[in-house]
Ligand binder design. Structure first.
Ligand code: MEV
Length: 323
């Protein structure tokens, strides 16, 4: 039976997290670490999923009853299949395997990459032509069905690749650069839960509406300045804007002591700027560095108990590996 394999990149949010939920722009880059999805039709009535890296072996569900997954790890793939079949009035037995270059713990967007990868592979397998916009909309619906919250920036990165400016729901997606930015990433070792942090910021906004609104306006302003700075490769300025962004995220209550330790260490070792990346509460920090300081920043992150991760930025978006 025909088998289609595709891959989609993970992502890192460079600037603008949380504010992007409230219609301010953010800047996201696709990273070189990818998620691989292969899809094959079977003669059965079942969807079978295996994803050894997240300890999911031989998950099996009747295609008729897809939807409420009993396995947390299978949810995005299962709901993606359900949405695809519903939208295009299709059905078939399927075998889906996923693999990843990175741990799902890092906050690199494995859920969005696997969702985009699954839908892209299904569109190939069933010869359904999907524009990038249609792929975005179906992937975004899938992520919202599972996770309830999210701006969709991670889906845009998985589809389009590169470094993008993005506004919630995909209203504006603007490619900024395909350059590999001199970025160092440090993992805190703590897994954060994005929906919980988004809810926490929403609560703060209800309590302190005016103050939080002002913070979001400032984040929007610094993202717009960073877009211009990125276009002329003024990385020093982008780094300084990252530092402003970090201060504002701290004031929203999503910073942690561990993130701070790595961020200050990176700055002291010569980074232009450093901040948390993503929802906060753990996961990763990023530092933009002069090339000559990359090794020193790596060392500084390790010395403070973080795990430095090598990434190349502005990676290629979703692609077919085996048609
Ligand atoms: C999480 O990586 C970034 C948030 O802005 C949520 C989102 O935009 O989906 C906190």
């Amino acid at each position: 039976m025909k088998r289609v394999s595709v891959s989609a990149p993970g992502k890192l949010l460079l600037l603008g997290e949380h504010a992007v939920i409230y219609n301010y722009p953010c800047i996201v880059t696709a990273v070189s670490q990818r998620v691989y999805v292969s899809v094959q039709k079977t003669e059965t009535d079942f969807l079978e999923i295996s994803a050894p890296q997240i300890d999911l072996y031989d998950y099996k569900k009747k295609v008729k009853s897809l939807g409420r997954s009993t396995s947390k790890n299978a949810r995005f793939v299962e709901v993606a299949v359900k949405n695809f079949f519903q939208k295009y009035n299709l059905t078939a037995g399927l075998k889906i395997e996923t693999e990843s270059d990175f741990s799902a713990e890092f906050g690199f967007g494995s859920s969005s990459a696997v969702t985009v990868g699954t839908l892209k592979a299904l569109s190939e397998l069933f010869a359904v032509k999907l524009s990038q916009k249609q792929l975005f909309d179906l992937s975004y619906k899938t992520v919202l069905d599972v996770q309830k919250v999210g701006s969709g920036f991670d889906i845009a990165a998985a589809i389009f690749g590169g470094t993008l400016s993005f506004t919630a729901g995909g209203k504006e997606i603007e490619p900024l650069t395909d350059e590999n930015l001199p970025l160092v990433v440090g993992y805190t070792g703590i897994k954060a839960d994005t929906p919980t942090l988004v809810m926490r910021v929403a609560k703060l906004k209800r309590q302190y509406q005016k103050i939080v609104d002002h913070i979001f306006v400032q984040i929007g302003d610094l993202v717009n300045d960073a877009k211009k700075a990125l276009l002329v490769r003024n990385y020093r300025m982008v780094g300084e804007l990252m530092n402003f962004n970090q201060g504002l995220l701290d004031s929203l209550g999503v910073n942690t002591e561990n993130l701070s330790k790595l961020i200050f260490a990176a700055r002291s070792a010569g980074a232009y700027g450093a901040k948390l990346s993503g929802a906060g509460g753990g996961d990763c920090m990023i530092a933009l560095c002069p090339k000559s300081k990359v090794s020193a920043v790596h060392r500084a992150i390790r010395n403070k108990g973080g795990l430095p991760i090598d990434v190349k930025t502005s990676a290629e978006g979703v692609r077919i590996e085996v048609p």
